[in-house]
Write a protein that binds this ligand. Structure first.
Ligand SMILES: [Zn+2]
Length: 357
């Protein structure tokens, strides 16, 4: 008997590839913290994160300073969805020794890097400062208004040297997170370096969100700069528990706007919101971008008008979305296309009549 096998499917839900799945109490998955540290956009394939489902504990063999270990609930809470963690608590609650407090974790409060220089303080004639400015304005085509509005800064020295700093402020104007994006052309591995903090507890730049207006859910902080009207960067492809609770409570008009390669995630997110917007489901909308470009590329290559046009196309789900959602491994990174299965092709050529009964 495998103790804690109730948790295996939750682990699989979150990490996909699981060694020992339904065979052992000891599971191995790819460590997301290692992935973050190495700046990889995909799991590292090393399976360094060890999970014991009988003891409900995890640890990574590679992560050191800070160590990455603790209760399984903490792992699920940090990297899973709200639903994953709810399910975890329901199962773990069967065991008398379980206390959800073991899943709470201690983080030091986030501070901006000491070396950070605000763009409003940059010195003209300083080449290092100009390099940062030039990256934002010339390469990323971010306007001066945006730089000022979001209080963007940069570092030329220290841990965050040659990074643009995009700060997040809470409703009281206190810093609660930041994103550090490299502008060093030599930096190939770690494009992003963010502080060690609980992303679940924050809503990025909540202080700037207008809940009475349409809220756009986007993946990263640069998308927020691209389309700076009431965007919330999720810092990933799923909702944090804090954002979930807020949306459930306030139910603003919401538009799901993820990159084309994450369209399946977008549909899943749409479904999740749809189920909590009871009686006002029409307030949930989704955008499918017209090309394979993400929001930022679209703006830089086609211009802001195309971005705005695509936002006007926000709508409910259609039948094609339903099929995409049903597909596994649907997106081919190489061809940048969805791989439709034969049933879907059949449906497409025959029309919907034959297929949907
Ligand atoms: Zn690790």
């Amino acid at each position: 008997m495998i103790r804690g096998n109730e948790f295996h499917s939750i682990v699989k839900n979150i990490f996909g590839d699981v060694q020992g799945f339904m065979e052992s109490e000891q599971l191995q998955v790819n460590c997301p913290r290692c992935q973050e540290r190495d700046g990889l956009s995909h799991p590292d394939g090393k399976f360094n994160l060890e999970i014991n489902t009988a003891k409900r504990m995890f640890r990574c063999w590679k992560c050191d300073e800070p160590k990455f270990s603790g209760s399984l609930g903490r792992l699920v809470r940090t990297f899973g969805t709200y639903a994953d963690y709810e399910m975890y608590k329901a199962y773990a609650g069967i065991f008398h020794d379980y206390d959800y407090k073991e899943d709470e974790k201690e983080y030091a409060p986030v501070k901006l890097p000491e070396e950070m220089i605000l763009f409003t303080q940059m010195q003209s004639g300083n080449l290092e400062h100009f390099e940062a400015y030039s990256y934002l304005v010339t390469e990323r085509k971010i306007s001066r208004d945006i730089i000022l509005k979001y209080r963007l800064g940069f570092c030329t020295t220290g841990k965050y040297a040659k990074r643009i700093i995009i700060p997040s402020y809470d409703i009281n104007g206190e810093i609660n997170y930041f994103v550090g994006r490299s502008y060093d052309p030599a930096e190939k591995k770690k494009k992003y370096l963010n502080p060690y903090a609980d992303k679940d507890k924050i809503i990025f730049n909540e202080g700037l969100v207008n809940w009475d207006s349409t809220v756009y859910l986007v993946e990263g902080a640069f998308e927020m700069l691209t389309f700076p009207v009431n965007c919330i960067p999720m810092l990933g492809k799923t909702l944090s528990p804090t954002l979930f609770v807020k949306l459930k409570e306030l139910k603003p008009e919401v538009v799901v706007l993820l990159d084309p390669d994450a369209y399946k995630n977008a549909i899943q997110l749409y479904y999740m919101l749809y189920t909590i917007y009871v009686g006002c489901e029409e307030k949930v909308k989704i955008v499918k971008l017209p090309t394979e470009e993400d929001l930022d590329e679209l703006r830089r290559n086609q211009g802001i008008d195309d971005v705005i046009d695509s936002l006007y196309s926000a709508r409910g789900l259609n039948t094609e979305d339903y099929f995409i959602q049903k597909l596994e491994n649907s997106y081919d990174k190489r061809t940048r296309k969805y791989q439709y299965n034969s049933k879907f092709a059949e449906w497409k050529s025959n029309g919907t009549k034959n297929f949907i009964r």
